[in-house]
Design a protein around this ligand. Sequence first.
Ligand SMILES: Nc1nc2c(ncn2[C@@H]2O[C@H](COP(=O)(O)OP(=O)(O)OP(=O)(O)O)[C@@H](O)[C@H]2O)c(=O)[nH]1
Ligand SMILES: [Zn+2]
Length: 188
Amino acid sequence: MNVNHEKIERAVRMILEAIGEDPDRQGLVETPQRVARMYEEIFQGMRQDPKTYLSKTFDEAHEELVLVKDIPFYSMCEHHLVPFFGKAHVGYIPRGGRVTGLSKLARAVEAVAKRPQLQERLTTTVANSIVETLRPYGVIVVIEAEHMCMTMRGIKKPGAKTITSAVRGIFQTDRAARAEALSLINRQ
Ligand SMILES: Nc1nc2c(ncn2[C@@H]2O[C@H](COP(=O)(O)OP(=O)(O)OP(=O)(O)O)[C@@H](O)[C@H]2O)c(=O)[nH]1
Ligand SMILES: [Zn+2]
C-alpha cells in the first residue's frame, strides 16, 4: 500500500496552521504535496520486507566472515519523527553455500531503516532477517548513529553517538570470531 497523499497533505496543512503559519502563502502552497511525496520516499520500507532481498542467494562454498561495513543509512525516530542517521556494519558467516549478494545486505538495512523506527529495533530486525533467511553460522550487526532529536532539540548534544549491536549464533559464543569482526568494523 502506498502512503495516503491526501491525508498527509491535510495533516501538514493543519500543522502549518497550528504553528501560526499561513499555508496559503506562496512559499508554502506546495509544501503539503512535497511532504507527502517525501514521506512516500522516506517511509518506503513500510512496504518492503528485507527477507525478500536476502533470500536471493548463490551457491558458494565460503564459510568464513563476510562483512559489509560503513553502509550509510537515514531513518526516522518514531518518537519525534526527525531523522537519525549514521552507518551500519553487517557481517555473517555463511552456512551450506547460502551466500547472498553484498548489495542485498545494504538493501535489507535500507528497507528496515525507512520506517518510523528505533535504533535497537533497526539493529535486531536486520540481524534476525539474516538469521531467518540465510540460516548462517553467525550474524553481527553494529549500528552507529546520531539522533537529531538529541541534537537540534531537547538535550541538544550534537556529536553524541549511539552504538547498538546484535550478535547471533557463533558470534555469541566464540569470542575470537566476535573479536575478528569487531576489529574489522573498528578499523579505519
Ligand atoms: N532507546 C531509544 N530511544 C530513542 C531512540 N530515538 C529517540 N529515543 C529517545 O526516546 C525518548 C523519548 O522520551 P520522552 O520523555 O517520551 O520524550 P521527550 O520529552 O521528547 O524526551 P527528551 O528527548 O528527553 O526531551 C528520548 O529519551 C529519546 O532520546 C532510539 O532509537 N532508541
Ligand atoms: Zn527522537
